[in-house]
Design a protein around this ligand. Sequence first.
Ligand SMILES: *[C@@H]1O[C@H](CO)[C@@H](O)[C@H](O)[C@H]1NC(C)=O
Ligand SMILES: *[C@@H]1O[C@H](CO)[C@@H](O)[C@H](O)[C@H]1NC(C)=O
Ligand SMILES: *[C@@H]1O[C@H](CO)[C@@H](O)[C@H](O)[C@H]1NC(C)=O
Ligand SMILES: *[C@@H]1O[C@H](CO)[C@@H](O)[C@H](O)[C@H]1NC(C)=O
Ligand SMILES: *[C@@H]1O[C@H](CO)[C@@H](O)[C@H](O)[C@H]1NC(C)=O
Ligand SMILES: *[C@@H]1O[C@H](CO)[C@@H](O)[C@H](O)[C@H]1NC(C)=O
Ligand SMILES: *[C@@H]1O[C@H](CO)[C@@H](O)[C@H](O)[C@H]1NC(C)=O
Ligand SMILES: *[C@@H]1O[C@H](CO)[C@@H](O)[C@H](O)[C@H]1NC(C)=O
Ligand SMILES: *[C@@H]1O[C@H](CO)[C@@H](O)[C@H](O)[C@H]1NC(C)=O
Ligand SMILES: *[C@@H]1O[C@H](CO)[C@@H](O)[C@H](O)[C@H]1NC(C)=O
Ligand SMILES: *[C@@H]1O[C@H](CO)[C@@H](O)[C@H](O)[C@H]1NC(C)=O
Ligand SMILES: *[C@@H]1O[C@H](CO)[C@@H](O)[C@H](O)[C@H]1NC(C)=O
Length: 511
Amino acid sequence: MNLLSLLFVALSFILNTYCLEVSDINVAVVEYHPNFTKSQNEKSYEKIINSIKQPTDFIIFPESSLTRGEYLVVPPIHASPNCSTNKSDTLTHIACLAKSKNAYVAINIDERVDCKPNDSTCGPRGFLGYNTDVVFGRNGSVIARYRKWNLFGEFDKNITKTPDIITIETDKGKFGIFTCFDILFQTPALNLTRSGVKNFIYPSMWFSELPFLTALQAQQMWSYENDALLLSSGGNNIVVGSGGSGVFLGKYGALNQTIVPNIKKEEYLIITTKVPSNRTALKIKEDTVHETDEIARKIDHFFIKRDDLRGYTSELLNMTTGSVSREICHGNNPKLCCKFNVTLKFNKTRNDMDSYLYRFVAYSGVKTFVYNDGGVEVCGIIPCTNSSLDSCTRKFSSYDNITWPTTFESISITANFTNDETAKMQYPNTLLSSLRSIPPSQTRWEKRILGNQVERSFRLVKPQTRLLTFAIYGRDCSRDNFFSNPGVSINENKVYFLLVACSVFALLCRF
Ligand SMILES: *[C@@H]1O[C@H](CO)[C@@H](O)[C@H](O)[C@H]1NC(C)=O
Ligand SMILES: *[C@@H]1O[C@H](CO)[C@@H](O)[C@H](O)[C@H]1NC(C)=O
Ligand SMILES: *[C@@H]1O[C@H](CO)[C@@H](O)[C@H](O)[C@H]1NC(C)=O
Ligand SMILES: *[C@@H]1O[C@H](CO)[C@@H](O)[C@H](O)[C@H]1NC(C)=O
Ligand SMILES: *[C@@H]1O[C@H](CO)[C@@H](O)[C@H](O)[C@H]1NC(C)=O
Ligand SMILES: *[C@@H]1O[C@H](CO)[C@@H](O)[C@H](O)[C@H]1NC(C)=O
Ligand SMILES: *[C@@H]1O[C@H](CO)[C@@H](O)[C@H](O)[C@H]1NC(C)=O
Ligand SMILES: *[C@@H]1O[C@H](CO)[C@@H](O)[C@H](O)[C@H]1NC(C)=O
Ligand SMILES: *[C@@H]1O[C@H](CO)[C@@H](O)[C@H](O)[C@H]1NC(C)=O
Ligand SMILES: *[C@@H]1O[C@H](CO)[C@@H](O)[C@H](O)[C@H]1NC(C)=O
Ligand SMILES: *[C@@H]1O[C@H](CO)[C@@H](O)[C@H](O)[C@H]1NC(C)=O
Ligand SMILES: *[C@@H]1O[C@H](CO)[C@@H](O)[C@H](O)[C@H]1NC(C)=O
C-alpha cells in the first residue's frame, strides 16, 4: 500500500467517524399489498428493491408481508451471505439484494427458533415462533433482529422472556426498532427514546380506527411527542383498513406520507425522501386545502374501524360564530379534566350537503384493543355525522357531498395528568379529512411539570377548515391488561368494535 492510499484510507476513516453523523439520509419506505405466498412476495420484494434507482440508505418493508405464516430461521447477527451461490433461501436472497443496493434493508418475518428435543416449554409444534424484524446491513449481513413485544392477538406467536430493546449502529447514526402495535406501549419504544435514540425503523400492518388512531395520525403523534425520526412502512389492504406509510421527522412533521392510494394494480408504492441533516432552514411542504380535498376524495372507500366511545363524557359544540370555553371531566381515579377554548366561524350556505358537527370529549379509563385492554386518557374535539355520540366514529360516505362551513380559528386544550414517566404518555393527536395530521408548525404542544402533575397544552394556531380530530391522546400503561386466554374471552360485541389491529388479520385474511 503506498502512502497516497494510506492517506486516503485515513481520510475516509476520519470522514466516516466525524462527518457522516451530519449527512443527509435517503430513505425508501414501502407501502405494499402482500400476495398469498412467500415466494410471490419474495419476487415482489426483489422487484421493489431493483426498481429503486437512486442511492438509498434505508429501505423498509412492512410487517407480515413476506413469509405469510411460513417460519424462517434467522442467521446469527453478523453472518454475511454468500451471494455467489444460488440464493435459494429467502433471507439470503434479500440479504444479497441489500448488498447489491448497498442499503440497509429492514423486513418483518415469521421467525422460527427450534427447541431442544425434550424442551416442554416449546409447546406441541417444537419451536418458538416470533414476529421478527430483521435488518440487513449494506454488505448483506444481518445486523439486527427484533422480536415484537406487544402482540396483537397473534396466538401463533411467542414473546421473549425479556423484551428486546434493540439499537442499530449505522453510518447514518443510531436507530431503534419496534413493530406496529408496539407504538402504543412504553416497552420497548420509550426505553429507547429515554436512552436518547432519535431515529426509528417501524414496520407495521395497522388497522385504522376513528377518531384517534388512524395510521398516519398515530405515527405523527408518536414522532412529534418524541421528536424522533420515524421511518414507517405499512402493509396495505384497504378492505380491512390497513395502510399508511411515511417518514416523520419529529416536531417538523411528515416529510412524505401516504395512506391508501389505489395500489392494487401496482401492488406497491415506494415513498422516498431525503432526511436533511441540516434542519435549520427545513420547511416541510404543507398540503393546501385543495390538495387535502384531492387526497380525501380518493379514500372514500377506505374501511375504518370505529372506537367505542360509550363511556366518554361529551358535549356537542354549538356551531355558531364566536368563542367557547368548556371544562369537561371524566373518571375519578384519577379524574381527568379537560379545558377547551375554541374560536370558530360558522357560515353554512348549503343545506343540501353534509357537514360535520363536533363534540368535546373527555375520557379516563380503559379501552379494549380486543386482545387486551389499554388505559387511555383523552381530551379531544371529534367529528360527528349527526348529534349522537355514536356517530363520532364515522365519516360521511361521499366526500363530494361534504361542505366545510366551520373554520376553527383557534383551539386550545389543556389538562393535567399524573406525572408518571414510566407508565404514562400523552400525544398531540390531529386528523384532517385527508387522514393526514395537521403539520406541527400549525400547532403548539407544550408541557409544564407541576410537582407530581404534568400540565399539557395543545393549541391550533392556524385557522383550519378540514378538521376531523384535535386531541391530547394519553396512554396509561398501568391500566393495561393482556388477556391470558384471549381466544375464550373475546365476545362478539367487542369484535364488532374491532380496534387497532396488527398482524392477526394478515393471517386471517390472506388476500
Ligand atoms: C400474486 O402472485 C401471482 C403469482 O405470482 C401474480 O400473478 C399476481 O400478479 C400477484 N398479485 C399481486 C396483487 O401481487
Ligand atoms: C460461496 O459459494 C461458492 C459456491 O458454492 C463457493 O465456491 C465459495 O467458496 C463460497 N464463498 C464463501 C466466501 O464461502
Ligand atoms: C442453481 O439452481 C439451478 C436451478 O435450480 C440449478 O440448475 C443449478 O445447478 C444450481 N447451481 C448451483 C451452483 O447450485
Ligand atoms: C409458544 O406459542 C405456542 C403457540 O401459541 C404455544 O403453544 C407455546 O406454549 C408457546 N411457548 C411459550 C414458551 O410461550
Ligand atoms: C414522496 O415520495 C414520492 C414517491 O416516491 C416522490 O415522488 C416524491 O418526490 C416524494 N416527496 C418528497 C417531498 O420527498
Ligand atoms: C444550515 O442551514 C442554514 C440555513 O440554510 C445555514 O445558514 C447553515 O450554515 C447550515 N449549517 C450547516 C452546518 O451547513
Ligand atoms: C347556541 O348558541 C346560540 C347563539 O349564541 C344560542 O342561542 C343557543 O342557545 C346555543 N345553544 C346551545 C345548545 O347552547
Ligand atoms: C381560555 O379562555 C378563558 C376565558 O376566555 C381564559 O381565561 C383562558 O386563559 C383561556 N385559556 C387558554 C389556555 O387559552
Ligand atoms: C359565507 O359564505 C358565502 C359563500 O361562500 C360567502 O359569499 C359569504 O361572504 C360568507 N359570509 C361570511 C360572513 O363569511
Ligand atoms: C348529501 O347530503 C345531504 C344532506 O345531508 C343528504 O340529504 C343527501 O342524501 C346527500 N347525498 C348523497 C348523494 O350522499
Ligand atoms: C393543573 O394544575 C395546576 C396546579 O394544581 C393548576 O394551576 C392548573 O390550572 C391546572 N391546569 C388545568 C388545565 O387544569
Ligand atoms: C422499559 O421501561 C419500562 C418503564 O417504561 C420499565 O418498566 C422496564 O423495566 C424497562 N425495560 C427495560 C428492559 O429496560
